[in-house]
Write a protein that binds this ligand. Structure first.
Ligand SMILES: Cc1cc2nc3c(=O)[nH]c(=O)nc-3n(C[C@H](O)[C@H](O)[C@H](O)COP(=O)(O)OP(=O)(O)OC[C@H]3O[C@@H](n4cnc5c(N)ncnc54)[C@H](O)[C@@H]3O)c2cc1C
Length: 555
């Protein structure tokens, strides 16, 4: 297909997907003077940062992301002055709490390191000292972590020579490489056992690995615990006032102020390629739109390569790499509109002010069990529930009727380790992929466990419940492949310069000169960080001969 005789409008750049990464990438391209169009399949912008009234009218749930933590390391809000586009954060005094059953109490992470240490000291003096040391080490490495996240990853194959000429002390360099490699591949269990003695403290810090689907023994879980917990201790677990969707809305406002356009309800079916270059896209409705300079896609990498581009345009090794990508474990969500304030078995005053509360028994055996069940096709009967306290932190999330404001609340429970396909059928669990039939029963079971062991008035407080199984997540947005959140599991061989696969590790496709990846399938991966979008923009602008640092001097 050619666009030669088409009356179509031609843009300089088309960005596929209006999630926060696609929008971020589009903003930088528009700032650099390109005429940009963003095309989104869903009926609104935001992707996995949408906020919708899915329980009752006036109750605004963040369907996916709720905690704004990784993004505290992003330069994007300042560079784009998102505040002036309606973006506002709430920084709660507490970032997370971990509540244990059977009078084991709770641990909270506070804005104040000293208060966090006090909370840990209830269980172990030694562990408090250990956390202080880990966090101070993080602060001393913070600049390089920020730079690592917000730059296209260095390719070690290309950088070996300069690294060794710049660093004369080979022994020291090797030690640093060894330590970095060790942390990068260390499991959550090893990291917790190395640093902490108390079962409660291990569970509290260990529960950050399941955030992105890593079991106690998966390589890389230790690094994620270290990073997530340090980032939250440092920058907090913030909440976007009014709903997470106000981040993509602020990005969209910025984009439109630079002349960019967004069209929703427009699924891209094909990228049109001629002579090794993309020249436009064809939408599912048959419309064709031209792109003069480039296309950037924030869809998951497999959809981009195998569907939008087509296997015939890439080499067989690359196609094989994409086909064997791993997606990770799936997600299950329960959204609850509440009539009344929740009562916790302990720590009422603190837990009701925590944006996020993790619910599990102490120790790591529990985590082993839930992953054993999940990876054998069985939704864990007693899972790790991650609760977000939407309206306690941001009262604007519920109807603002004066009579109701103190009694109506909105929360969410996420279980981040369920199988996409249910196997091991027994009398309690349905047969393969029967989420539609099973999801009500499963959510009742989870709520009952929480009611019995953690929040005794949960059951009686529920006004309305909405459930999302992995199959529901997969439809909204369509990027949630197999009901997962990461656009490709976080594994050492799908991370850094190897994300999503080594051939695509620098946001580019070798055989097509002007198509780029700009979503969380690329470095640094999932989570709201704005980094894949901004990093891709850096690569694109560099290819166009523009230095990102200079575009903020362009009027
Ligand atoms: C349940 C859940 C909870 C989470 N909680 C948190 C949290 O608390 N904190 C946090 O930091 N992160 C969280 N995350 C992760 C985070 O939300 C995502 O990693 C991030 O939002 C992904 O952003 P993205 O822009 O890369 O992709 P997406 O947001 O998925 O955007 C991609 C967009 O592309 C569109 N698209 C796909 N194909 C096409 C096509 N062919 N044509 C047009 N458009 C297309 C999709 O509809 C989508 O809007 C959570 C994720 C989930 C699922």
């Amino acid at each position: 297909m050619t666009l030669g005789n088409s009356p179509t409008v031609h843009y300089d750049a088309i960005v596929i997907g209006a999630g926060h990464n696609g929008l971020t990438c589009a903003c930088y391209l528009a700032k650099a003077g390109l005429k940009v169009l963003v095309l989104e399949d869903y009926n609104s912008i935001g992707g996995m940062t949408i906020t919708e009234e899915i329980t009752l009218p006036g109750f605004k749930s963040d369907i996916h992301a709720f905690g704004y933590s990784l993004a505290t390391l992003s330069p994007v809000p300042n560079e784009l002055n998102l505040k002036s586009h309606g973006f506002e954060l709430i920084r709660p005094e507490i970032s997370i709490s971990h509540l244990f059953p059977n009078n084991h109490g709770y641990i909270s992470m506070y804005k104040s390191l000293e208060k966090t240490l006090e909370s840990i000291r209830k269980y172990s003096e030694r562990d408090a000292a250990s956390w202080k040391k880990i966090f101070e080490e993080y602060l001393s490495n913070k600049d390089s972590i920020v730079s690592m996240l917000n730059s296209p990853p260095a390719n070690p194959l290309q950088d070996t020579e300069s690294a060794s000429t710049e660093n004369n002390d080979r022994k020291e360099a090797l030690e640093i490489i060894g330590d970095t490699y060790r942390l990068h591949t260390l499991s959550m269990r090893s990291w917790c056992n190395e640093n902490f003695e108390s079962d409660e403290v291990k569970a509290m810090f260990g529960s950050f690995a399941p955030f992105v689907g890593l079991s106690p023994d998966d390589a890389g879980g230790g690094e994620l615990c270290y990073l997530f917990s340090s980032i939250m201790q440092d920058g907090g677990n913030n909440v976007v006032r009014g709903g997470f969707v106000n981040l993509p809305i602020a990005l969209a406002n910025y984009l439109q102020s630079k002349g960019g356009q967004i069209i929703t309800s427009s699924r891209v079916k094909k990228i049109i390629i001629e002579n090794g270059r993309a020249i436009g896209v064809e939408l599912a409705n048959g419309r064709v739109i031209g792109a003069k300079r480039l296309i950037a896609s924030s869809t998951d990498p497999s959809t981009l390569i195998l569907q939008l581009i087509g296997e015939e345009y890439v080499d067989s090794h690359l196609a094989r790499g994409i086909k064997r990508m791993e997606w990770g474990d799936a997600i299950f969500g329960i959204y609850l509109a509440l009539n009344g304030t929740l009562e916790y078995i302990s720590g009422q005053e603190i837990l009701s002010r925590s944006p996020q509360v993790h619910l599990s028994p102490p120790g790591l055996e529990f985590f082993s069990k839930i992953y054993y069940e999940c990876r054998n096709g069985k939704p864990p009967l007693n899972p790790l529930s991650i609760m977000s306290n939407d309206s306690m932190i941001d009262p604007t999330r519920v109807v603002s009727n004066e009579n109701d404001i103190n009694k109506h609340h909105l929360i969410k429970f996420l279980v981040l380790n369920v199988p996409y396909k249910i196997k091991n059928a027994d009398s309690e669990i349905g047969t393969e992929n029967e989420w539609e039939n099973f999801k009500d029963r499963y959510s009742d079971q989870i709520i009952e466990t929480i009611n019995q062991s953690y929040i005794p008035n949960l059951n009686t407080s529920i006004l309305k419940k909405t459930i999302y199984s992995p199959v529901d997540y997969e439809k909204k947005p369509i990027n949630s492949i197999k009901g997962t959140l990461a656009s490709g599991a976080i594994l050492p061989y799908q991370s850094g310069w190897m994300r999503p696969i080594p051939q695509l590790g620098n946001y580019k496709i070798p055989s097509i000169s002007n198509v780029y990846l700009c979503g969380s399938g690329s470095h640094p991966g999932p989570g709201v960080s704005m980094a894949p979008g901004r990093n891709a923009a850096q690569v694109i602008l560099r290819d166009l001969g523009i230095d990102l640092r200079n575009i903020f001097t362009i009027s």
